[in-house]
Ligand binder design. Structure first.
Ligand code: C5P
Length: 218
């Protein structure tokens, strides 16, 4: 652990997509490279925090000095986050699948000649951010969510902050080339209002956010 303003603090970060099994060989998932979440974990560790990174399947290398818990599904991600509590702060950058196939058969679904394609019934996944933000006994002092929006970015993020019960929302407009890209243009939505951050590399967004987390935890 490095020296820095977050020394002695534990921060949980989620990153990447979740994968929801359809059968042993197929899944549904969101698009997510894990770039932003992994960069946040690295930036927090660079400021001295003990970081638990709960990540879905990504091709990003494990950030140095960070404890990485690899999971596949949203339910696994929730279990890993809950196992990592208590924490001083939690930052939810993962692109969690909202739905999972209700039942995942243990055998591969066969393509039968002439038969209609199978129908997949979906079940609602737990909302990890909302669960932790509204945790009765182990709510971290600072809970930060992300919002990927394609329109009315700030309006939707402001509503999301209240609905989820988190302290901050980092909102980004994903209508352009942000997904999988190197840069991000975000708005930080807090109780105090909205800050528009200039477009910058995801590593810079991460560093700025880590500094703000350190300031907030005092
Ligand atoms: O509701 P929406 O998916 O737009 O909210 C995005 C935020 O909520 C992100 O911080 C994401 O990591 C988190 N989230 C979650 N669990 C879910 C869905 C979203 O933690 N099932």
């Amino acid at each position: 652990l490095r020296d820095g303003p977050l020394k002695g603090r534990h921060v949980i970060v989620t990153s990447g997509p979740t994968q929801e099994a359809i059968d042993p060989v197929r899944y549904i998932a969101n698009r997510s490279s894990g770039k932003q979440g992994h960069a946040i974990a690295a930036a927090l560790a660079a400021l001295g925090a003990r970081v638990t990174l709960v990540s879905g399947p990504v091709s990003q290398p494990d950030p140095t000095g960070v404890t990485v818990r690899r999971i596949e599904s949203a339910r696994d991600m929730l279990a890993a986050v809950e196992a990592a509590l208590p924490a001083d702060a939690a930052i939810f950058a993962a692109a969690v699948a909202d739905f999972r196939p209700e039942a995942a058969p243990t055998q591969k679904i066969k393509k039968e000649p002439g038969a209609p394609p199978p129908e997949i019934r979906l079940a609602l996944n737990p909302d990890i951010l909302a669960t932790v933000a509204q945790h009765a006994t182990k709510r971290p002092r600072l809970v930060v969510g992300f919002a990927a929006e394609t329109e009315k970015v700030v309006e939707h993020a402001t509503a999301k902050r209240l609905r989820k019960g988190c302290d901050w929302i980092v909102a980004n407009d994903v209508s352009g080339d942000v997904m999988g890209g190197a840069e991000n243009a975000v708005h930080l939505v807090t109780e105090a209002g909205v800050e528009d951050w200039p477009r910058m590399p995801k590593e810079e967004v991460a560093k700025r956010l880590a500094v703000r987390v350190a300031e907030a935890l005092g």
